[in-house]
Structure formats: C-alpha cells, structure tokens
Design a protein around this ligand. Structure first.
Ligand SMILES: [Zn+2]
Length: 171
C-alpha cells in the first residue's frame, strides 16, 4: 500500500518522514465512522470500524447500496436496491474494470436523481474508494479531485492501493 503522506510522489517521497522515503505504508488503521458522505448523496463506508460503539449494519438509511464485500447480518434492509461486486483488494483486470464502470454509472445516475447511495467494502478505504472515485469521475470530477474527495471523506489511508490509483488515472 502507498504511504498516506506522500503517496509515493517522486517529488515528496525522498523527504517523507511518514515512510522514511520508501513510499509504502507500514500500517493502515480503521476509520472511526461506518460511513462518510463524500459529496451530497454519495457515501463511502465499510463493515469494520475502529470504535466498537458504532455499528456498520445498514438498514434503510440509503436508497441504493453497492457492496464490494458482503457479510451475513449487515443489511441492507429488504427492499433497498442492492448491487454486489465482490473483488479482491488487488489488481484491476478487464472484467473487474468493466463491472466497476457499469456500477459507477448506476451510482452516478442515482446521485443525479437525488437518491442516496452507499458504497461499502471491508475497511471502507480501497475497494469502496475505487468505486466512489469512479462514480465521481462519472459525475464530472477530474481524477485527482475524485481521489482527493475520497481521502478527505475517509482519511488519508483511503485509496492507498497503488493499482487502484493507477486504474483511476486511466479513466
Ligand atoms: Zn511517505
């Protein structure tokens, strides 16, 4: 995973104190919140949070849920539109890229229609970040600002999978 401070940017990496110039992360902490709003109507989250007091179980808070990971008992409630795309936190092959693009289109259309959308994975950092950033690009954001919005909402450890970042830059 990429360093959360310099993101292995060649201009910043040599002097980066967080990774001591390696560009790589040594630990990735969980987020405090089950989900955060990235732009109005578009939320990113996960199944695991830092605080035991918060539940990540989804009821009917959202009109549409996209899950990159599913776990029994975590919702969403019956009747909520639910799309599932299971994928590894690894490389993006052509098949995955096509499914991500498809669902990003579904999510973007829902946000444009004023519906609330949650995209979730395990920690709510990388797989959900890939989907949310792709949705933001679909909504008209450029790639750097899409990545930045995701990290502002979920913290600096979001989108630290270098293969996901590389894929986003091809959009
Ligand atoms: Zn660094």
């Amino acid at each position: 995973m990429l360093c959360h401070r310099c993101y292995a940017d060649p201009a910043l990496m040599p002097d980066c104190a967080a990774c001591r110039g390696s560009g790589r992360a040594t630990r990735i902490p969980l987020c405090d919140e089950p989900w955060n709003e990235v732009v109005p109507g578009l939320f990113q989250g996960g199944h695991d949070v830092l605080s035991q007091a918060r539940t990540c179980v989804v009821g009917d808070e959202f009109d549409l849920v996209i899950s990159m990971v599913t776990r029994a008992g975590y919702g969403p409630a019956d009747g909520v539109e639910h799309h599932v795309l299971r994928m590894a936190d690894a490389a993006v092959d052509q098949g995955i890229a096509r499914r991500v693009a498809e669902l990003a289109g579904v999510a973007a259309a829902a946000v444009r229609d004023g519906r609330s959308v949650l995209v979730r994975c395990s920690g709510g950092l990388n797989r959900s970040g890939l989907m949310v950033a792709s949705t933001l690009v679909e909504l008209g954001h450029d790639v750097p600002s899409a990545i930045d919005l995701v990290r502002r909402a979920r913290g600096p450890w979001a989108l630290t999978n270098p293969m996901f970042v590389r894929h986003l830059h091809t959009l």
